[in-house]
Design a protein around this ligand. Sequence first.
Ligand SMILES: [Zn+2]
Length: 151
Amino acid sequence: METITRTEAQWRALLTDEQYEVLREKGTERAFSGRYDKFYEPGVYSCAGCGLDLFSSRAKFNSGTGWPSFYEPIDPAHVRLVDDFGFFMRRTEVRCARCDGHLGHVFEDGPPPTGLRYCMNSVALTFRPDPQPNGGDQAPPGHKPPEGRDG
Ligand SMILES: [Zn+2]
């Protein structure tokens, strides 16, 4: 994947203070403070730094931790996992594969089918609702949105 590199000043201009603190300085938003913690609309969560699609609402679950949690990324190639030894704990950091922004951590106590819990910061994500059907035609129950988005 082609990566995006910006200077600190460029990121500062592009991001809000909160986004900068999380994405570029590996900050963590306060538990239960994020706008996507209790948010279950159908759609796609993309990187707040560069817009890369990261998680689908279909993989979102309520972990009770106070942070939006997913059991799998929309595409494994869209996230980068990095060993994180901060705070005297060994954790696995999750970064955006395109802009290297810090998103959160992944833990091995998630639900099926993966058993993983991608614990994300709301401010690192931008939600995009699934497109609504045009012309008032309701999608039939169980309608599956078309797959195949280019990366
Ligand atoms: Zn990104």
